[in-house]
Structure formats: C-alpha cells, structure tokens
Design a protein around this ligand. Structure first.
Ligand code: SF4
Length: 238
C-alpha cells in the first residue's frame, strides 16, 4: 500500500541534499526574541584560526541523507518553535540551502541565517527567502585575508554586507574579538567603517579559545565606549 503524506508525515524531499553536521533543538540566543532550532551546515571556504566549528569546514561526501531526519524533527516541533536558523560552517556554501530554506518556511517557521558572506551572489538570491541574518564580519578590509587565510575574502564579505543593508532585512553584524589577530585600532576602524556603511546593530563577541585571549589584551572601557557610540544597538558578549 503506498504511503500517504500528512502534516505529521510530510513527503520526502528528494531534491534537498543539504549536508548537515549537527542540530541544536532549542535555543533562545541564536535568533533575536525567538525560540529557535539551529541547523549546522557542512562546508566553508575559509579557514579562520578561531573557528568555533572547525570540524564542519570540510564538506564531507554525502553518503547518507542528513537533511530528511532534521526536517522531520522540525516538522514535529511546529507550534513549539518560532524559527529555524541555518548556521555552520558556512550555510551558503551549499546550493541545497535554497531548497532546505523553502521547506522550512513552508512548515511555518521564520528562517534565520548565520553567514560570513563568502558567496554574495548566492546571498542576494537567499535574502528574499529568509527573515533575519546574523552576518559575521571579521575585520577591516586590509586584515581580512590574514584571518580567513583566503585572498579576496574581504571583498566578498563587504559585498555581502552591502547586500544585507540594501535589502532591508532584519540583521545583526557581529565580530569575533581575537586580539592576537586584530589590534584595538583594527576593531575601532571596523566599527567606524560599518557605521559609515549604515550598520545600526552590532555585537562584539570574545573568541572562545581562552588561550588566545590574554586578559591584558582585552579592550578597555574607553575603546568599547567609542565603538558603542557608532551604533544604535550594541552588544558586548563573553
Ligand atoms: S568563516 Fe566561520 S565557519 Fe568558516 S572558517 Fe571562519 S569561523 Fe569557521
């Protein structure tokens, strides 16, 4: 007897081949003011030394369907969660993200995206499909390649930043503070550059590897105040 697709058992998604490396089933901090789940996507073209999910950088060959179990789990969470955030790795490194986003939106969730912006053309096409974006902006343009290890990465990131601002989508720009890679002047210059671009919402977050962050290198209050004055909404995390 053929199986019947119902809301409890949505049809399989043969076109979606999103490579998923993990799932956070419930979080209050990854999408502003929403209960959300986070889907961690495999693959990233950059190699930041402080990467929080380095195990996801390499796109492993898809020998098993890692998306359908995640989609089915999220289907069962309808009414309990508000949003689903695609994070990584770098979600936009996979073309399958488009189909996955459409499936999640069709389930009634708001869709968030964490991106570092390495694929501006893909981001341009994604923006109309999503509701909120957290953009990881790493450094002033002249310091980008030293952090990502990839020439030209800064041009791509700033092109993505402009797309987000031009589109008008809800957003937060965030920078990971690794003061072994960025000087105080770099951080202030980045803040001023973002403010000039029109960024209103900005967060600084401390790198998770404590060994890379000697206490003496932490930003002083005067510098933080100078950065805060550039934005309407500013958050210091960690
Ligand atoms: S862009 Fe993000 S996911 Fe990619 S290497 Fe850098 S920190 Fe890791």
């Amino acid at each position: 007897m053929p199986s019947v697709a119902t809301l409890e058992n949505p049809p399989p998604s043969p076109r979606v081949r999103l490579a998923v490396g993990g799932l956070t089933p419930l979080t209050t901090i990854d999408y502003p003011s929403r209960l959300s789940a986070v889907v961690y996507c495999r693959g990233c073209p950059w190699r930041c030394g402080y990467c929080h999910n380095a195990s996801l950088q390499s796109p492993e060959p898809q020998t098993v369907d890692t998306w359908t179990p995640v989609r089915n789990f999220l289907n069962r969470r309808r009414g309990l969660l508000d949003a689903v955030v695609f994070s990584g790795g770098e979600p936009t490194s996979q073309k399958a993200l488009f189909a996955a986003v459409r499936e999640i939106a069709a389930l009634g969730f708001e869709v968030g995206l964490h991106t570092a912006g390495p694929y501006p053309n893909r981001l341009r096409q994604l923006l109309p499909l999503i509701d909120w974006v957290g953009m990881d902006i790493k450094a002033p343009l002249n310091r980008y390649d030293a952090i990502t290890g990839v020439p030209g990465s800064g041009d791509r990131a700033f092109a993505s930043a402009r797309l987000i601002l031009d589109h008008g989508i809800a957003y937060e720009f965030r920078t990971t503070l690794d003061l072994t890679l960025l000087s105080r002047d770099d951080v202030v210059r980045l803040a001023e550059t973002l403010a000039d671009l029109g960024v209103r919402n900005f967060a600084l977050q401390r790198a998770r590897d404590e060994k890379r962050q000697p206490t003496s290198s932490w930003l002083d209050d005067a510098t933080i105040g100078r950065i805060e004055s550039c934005f309407v909404n500013f958050v210091m995390r960690g």
